[in-house]
Design a protein around this ligand. Sequence first.
Ligand SMILES: Cc1cc2nc3c(=O)[nH]c(=O)nc-3n(C[C@H](O)[C@H](O)[C@H](O)COP(=O)(O)OP(=O)(O)OC[C@H]3O[C@@H](n4cnc5c(N)ncnc54)[C@H](O)[C@@H]3O)c2cc1C
Length: 258
Amino acid sequence: MSKFSKNFQKVTYVKHWTENLFSFRITRPKSFKFRSGEFVMIGLIDNYNKPILRAYSICSPSWSDELEFYSIIVKNGPLTSKLKNIKIGDKIIMMPKSTGTLVLDALKPGKRLFLISSGTGFAPFAALIREPETYERFENIIVTHTCRLMTELSYSQNIIQECKKNELIKEFIDDKLLSYHSTTRDDYFFNGRITELILSNKLFNDLEINSISTDDRFMFCGSMGLNNDLKKIMEKNNFCEGSNNYPGEFVLEKAFVG
Ligand SMILES: Cc1cc2nc3c(=O)[nH]c(=O)nc-3n(C[C@H](O)[C@H](O)[C@H](O)COP(=O)(O)OP(=O)(O)OC[C@H]3O[C@@H](n4cnc5c(N)ncnc54)[C@H](O)[C@@H]3O)c2cc1C
């Protein structure tokens, strides 16, 4: 028996969105507490009885009974080339402690909260836009998701639509949640990298909202390149990076290492 068997959780739902993207849910142990926006180590046992563990943002809000994850499939990736085959009833390892900086506590109070993501970087924001406290702390939430292809936006579009209809949170959301999707390769309503759309003011013009002001707060989650470029925009606006101990005007997390 594996020493990880006490950390096994059961798969309750799997949905493939594209050839390379899928989401799944697992049971939530009663003892597992987390803050919306955090990540946790999950994985599988390999053919040599060794665990393959990777960081995954939890897409579910803190109040959820189950835990949802949104995953890439990396060709020959040690974990995801196996994880892509999971089905309901299978067991997945989930380590007992979550962590992360994309949490409300790491931001100073503000008026608007921008949640900017690319690829699977939308995952932590799937949790935060379904967290009532997000709407208690901020007057408006603007969530953006950028992918290469239109089909890669399906998961985030679905989560946003569902969350606006959800009986438990729709009263908190009211008309506070705005969303913006863009693609960098396909021809879509909105095209281009989010950094360019911010710098050119197109994002703000398209949404018919004011451009960046001092009481805006930002969270971002994407590739290293995207995070670095967004950080430069933050610093140009004299915003400081926050952490759990020292809240700031913006926080970021890498969507993957590499
Ligand atoms: C804080 C944190 C949170 C993360 N949350 C998620 C998540 O919610 N969903 C998710 O799918 N992945 C997430 N990742 C990445 C995840 O940990 C794994 O890297 C991924 O599941 C691939 O595992 P692998 O063993 O198959 O390949 P790995 O050996 O881990 O990765 C191989 C290469 O694939 C590329 N890659 C890995 N992950 C991604 C990705 N998500 N998007 C684009 N390219 C990628 C990188 O170039 C990487 O070097 C997160 C990573 C970090 C650090």
